[in-house]
Design a binder for this molecule. Sequence first.
Ligand code: CA
Length: 271
Amino acid sequence: MNRGAVTSVSMLLAALAFLSLSCSRGPRPGDVIKVKGKDMVYIPGGTVTLGDSTMGRLVVTLKPYLIDKYEVTNGEYREFAKVFGLPFSVAPAYDDLPVVNIPWETADAFAAWRGCRLPTEAEWEFAARGTDGRRYPWGNPADAEKANGDDGVDIMTVPDGSKDGFSGLAPVGMFPKYASPFGVEDMAGNVWEWVQDWYAPYPQNAVSDYAGPESGEQKVVRGGSYKTNFLNLRTFHRAYRVPGGAADDVGFRCASDYPPREPGALPSNVR
Ligand SMILES: [Ca+2]
């Protein structure tokens, strides 16, 4: 083999090695992966610190996972309701708004129908704040223009009713510049979001691999809503609701293990 041929073979081998490496590399943090046509964001695993000085700090080890880039919308829920014959009276004109008035059990069933699950509370918080302990998805200062919360603005004096441009629900994804460090949107405001966990106060000091209680009376909701002030929109803020209840400012988003599994049999808890 002459020198030119050797060089060509070497280059080919190097290119193949590069290609192989490129193909075997997993997703990067923040990559969007389509799962059944829905945008889900890849969140890396790791040991992360959650909470704050007032609520307690937790050290939790997470496996890599996916979480919806957006809150579940009326349009998505309409498909689900149709399949299972559930009543759903929201007009199609509002299909871009997040779905609300959904009890926890139904949100859980929707997630299973999509081949997903609700995020754990820890997964939700890590997706909202990343690794630097920030107070809001975009950073530390509160800013009424960066999320759909209640700004305390008088609707009579500000024509659009709010500094953020929305006096009620906003279509999902209206604040892309103020997404979380991973690019997950509406993690502050618009609607509270159901998560998997039962509520219980955190322990006082940092706890490794804390898992919430196995049962309880109330499920955690996260992120605040268009009705709540900015303290409720903090990434670590916890609130809770009875799981059978439904409210016009509580919705949800789905999460999945990574890699995602294919949707299985219909969930038994859909009635
Ligand atoms: Ca939200």
